[in-house]
Write a protein that binds this ligand. Structure first.
Ligand code: FES
Length: 514
């Protein structure tokens, strides 16, 4: 089974194993482009660049699909989370049409990859249904329908929707799709390696120097390239984009149904946060995948209640036979509604980024791959200005990109904390966590199911906000910019690229001493 950035197991990770990359041979120190991040954006971009004749290296801190690609629900949408009404309002009608064209091109490119490389990933076309459930939503739906039509998508009103949920009005938007994201990811990774691309997994970038060429320090050695792409969901370091992308968690479950009434198309209600539904067949079994209950990362004290509420919602409308999988995942909401794809603000021209996809990562990853390839190949793109990360207005007093301070002040060096004292202080049941004060210092303590204590500093290594415990995924999540760490402080999700400081605990059987 594949692993992911949390305890919960997604449908996709359960039905895929860890990617086995080919050994990197030959001259492996210099590349045209280094791509950091082995999710769908990184691998799609690496494949397109390699196809365009570049010599590429993809670096992944864990293994392919460890992050959000392993936890998405894989709706491939041109009907976007940011309604075309909002895109039109923020960017003008022409740019709403341009956005629609960009995502249509993105879908075409996914389709082309699947055909060209014969990728078996359960891809199928689908329509999307957006439905209203009260008068206020009716009015909003009519506006969205008109703006979506004006943007160039095929929209019709419909008297039926594919899910048994009461509704007042609904629209159908053609030209959407769905697939198994890990099978697609592995398919394009194999294609990329087949044409000469290099992948190194379990290789964390620890430093980047830019002197005409980019020198990348990693846990696996040093590599040099002309260009660098951060496909890490959010760039590392301290960047203005961290102020323009808000991290959210979304909850999903894959269930089997008693009555086999699986919806073949995609469906969305209009609440905020909205619920979403679709079906995927995996290894001969159909699953209804339902999701919702989104909240800002680190702001929900009881993440288990999100699953409980989601389950109650799904049970209300569907005859659930079994809840086979439930998991949560992270996405970054862009401030103005469109993703940031292109040159990384505050960095030299040869550093690129793609982030801020909202809930449309599948389609925008493909848009990003094409756009970044064109930028690196010095080709013209119709979409470069639209998605340019530098479109954002400067924030007073904020330097665009602050170089990382690699030397964090270690608070707990040389200290040994008695585990019985910590236990007493935190008064934890198994599988519980708390932040406590001990001798004037804050400690983030987790007691695992076996009774072992794990203690770390709650100070996020990105910009020192206090992390919060996520019960469902057993992670310390940072509410400021979305970094996440496991119970022992290891980085699961950036922008932090350094672990939380671990606290040495005076030996008790099975305790870890660092
Ligand atoms: Fe920025 Fe934690 S992610 S302070």
């Amino acid at each position: 089974m594949n692993t992911r950035d949390g305890r919960c197991v997604s449908l996709w990770q359960n039905s895929s194993s860890i990617y086995q990359a080919r050994p990197v041979t030959g001259d492996n120190s210099f590349y045209d482009v280094i791509i950091v991040g082995g999710g769908i954006t990184g691998v799609s971009t690496a494949l397109q660049l390699q196809e365009a004749g570049k010599k590429c290296l993809l670096l992944e801190a864990n293994h392919l699909g460890f992050g959000t690609t392993g936890g998405t629900t894989a709706h491939i949408n041109t009907l976007l989370d940011t309604p075309y009404t909002t895109i039109g309002k923020n960017f003008g009608q022409e740019n709403a049409m341009r956005t629609a064209q960009a995502v249509k091109d993105g879908l075409m490119h996914i389709r082309r990859n699947i055909d060209h490389y014969a990728i078996r990933c359960g891809f199928s076309d689908a329509d999307a249904y957006l439905f209203a459930q009260d008068e206020a939503q009716d009015k909003k739906l009519r506006d969205i329908a008109a703006a979506t039509l004006d943007a160039g998508l095929h929209v019709t009103t419909t008297p039926e929707i594919p899910v048994p949920v009461p509704f007042t009005q609904a629209i159908r938007v053609e030209g959407q799709a769905k697939f198994h994201p890990m099978q697609y990811l592995f398919g394009i990774a194999k294609a990329y390696e087949h044409i000469g691309g290099a992948i190194i997994q379990r290789c964390r970038v620890t430093g980047v120097e830019n002197n005409d060429l980019v020198e990348v320090e990693t846990t696996g050695g040093k590599f040099t390239a002309r260009d660098l792409v951060y496909a890490t969901h959010i760039p590392p370091g301290v960047n203005i984009l961290h102020l323009r992308c808000v991290p959210y968690r979304s909850y999903a479950m894959a269930v089997t149904l008693e009555d086999e009434q699986y919806p073949e198309d995609l469906a969305y209600d209009m609440y905020d946060p909205y619920h979403y539904y679709r079906t995927q067949e995996v290894d001969g079994q159909k699953y209804l995948i339902a999701g919702g209950k989104d909240h800002k990362t680190g702001e929900e004290p009881n993440t288990e209640s999100c699953f409980t509420q989601l389950e109650a919602h799904v049970r209300k409308y569907f005859a659930i036979k079994e809840i086979a999988f439930k998991w949560s995942s992270q996405f970054f909401e862009p401030a103005d509604g469109l993703p940031y794809i292109g040159h990384l603000p505050g960095q030299p021209e040869n550093i690129y980024v793609a982030c801020g996809y909202g809930g449309n990562g599948m389609i925008y990853s493909s848009v990003a791959a094409t756009l970044i390839t064109k930028l690196i190949m010095d080709e013209v793109s119709l979409y470069a200005a639209l998605f340019d990360p530098n479109r954002i207005k400067p924030v007073a007093g904020f330097s665009n990109f602050i170089k990382h301070n690699a030397d964090v002040v270690r608070q707990f060096a040389g200290k040994l904390f008695p585990s019985d004292k910590l236990l007493q202080l935190a008064d934890l049941a198994p599988d519980e966590a708390k932040i406590v004060q001990y001798e004037g210092k804050k400690l983030a303590i987790y007691k695992d199911a076996a009774g072992q204590i794990h203690a770390v500093s709650p100070n996020c290594t990105h910009l020192q906000c206090d992390v919060k415990w996520n019960t469902s995924e057993q992670s310390w999540d940072c509410p400021c910019h979305g970094s996440r760490f496991d119970a022992d402080g290891y980085v699961l999700t950036g922008p932090a690229d350094r672990d939380l400081e671990r606290v040495a605990i005076e030996s008790v059987k099975k305790s870890k001493v660092f």
